[in-house]
Write a protein that binds this ligand. Structure first.
Ligand SMILES: N[C@@H](CCC(=O)N[C@@H](CS)C(=O)NCC(=O)O)C(=O)O
Length: 216
């Protein structure tokens, strides 16, 4: 039986769908909304966090986008998830990104995006300011690294690049000052040239995210 990838259009499930598309993984994509009324009973046994993405392979269930990317890359015998000498470097970027660049992006995106989409409260300006300050620190480090290299790990795109960029497709809403960092812009343009990254939801049945009023 085909594996099933439960997804939504939010950042982490988008990342998993992009990975599956990039690797041409043999998965059925199924839109899900585990936090919607009446859905938690179905999804809690699959993922106690109720979050997406979730990969179901018969009795085996995997959640967390990184774990799913690792699994799909292994299945595809691809080095998208590095397995050779570049692996430590890839792990370095996953680890650093989660605590620095991505976390800063997430903080701002949560206030301006997620909270507004799902009516979770007004934008907390202090949190946005903190996120932007953290973003500037992390982006400065990433910028100087990307000035010297085309991709984060080795000579070709890897999961480190997809992972680091997970929030950037949502920058129309988060409004992070990416434009001030030319090497990051150049690197992100390369990702945008990859169809699986640019259009992961093409042909999939998935409602648009709830709209957001323009930033005040
Ligand atoms: N650490 C988890 C985070 C998963 C997560 O936060 N998922 C959010 C979207 S970014 C979610 O499930 N939101 C509910 C939804 O999209 O319906 C991962 O990397 O997979």
């Amino acid at each position: 039986m085909m594996m099933k990838l439960f997804f939504s259009r939010n950042p982490n499930p988008r990342l998993a769908v992009a990975v599956a598309r990039y690797l041409n993984s043999a998965v059925d994509f199924e839109y899900a909304s585990p936090f919607a009324p009446g859905e938690s009973e179905k999804f809690r046994p699959l993922n106690p966090n109720l979050s997406l993405p979730i990969l179901v392979d018969g009795e085996r269930v995997l959640w967390e986008a990184d774990a799913i990317a690792c699994r799909l890359s292994r299945d595809a015998a691809s080095d998208f998830w590095r397995t050779g000498d570049d692996e430590p470097e890839m792990i370095r970027w996953l680890s650093w990104g989660k605590e620095n660049f991505m976390q800063a992006c997430d903080m701002v995106h949560f206030e301006r995006g997620t909270k507004q989409r799902y009516a979770l409260g007004p934008i907390d300006d202090e949190k946005v300011a903190e996120g932007l300050a953290r973003f500037r620190v992390a982006a400065t480090i990433l910028e100087s690294e990307l000035r010297a290299r085309q991709w984060l790990a080795g000579e070709s795109v890897s999961y480190a690049d997809f992972r680091m960029a997970a929030f950037l497709p949502f920058n129309d809403i988060a409004c992070l000052p990416i434009g001030e960092y030319p090497a990051i812009c150049r690197w992100y343009d390369q990702l945008e040239n990859i169809e699986a990254w640019r259009e992961p939801f093409g042909g999939l049945d998935a409602p648009d995210l709830p709209p957001i009023a323009p930033l005040r």
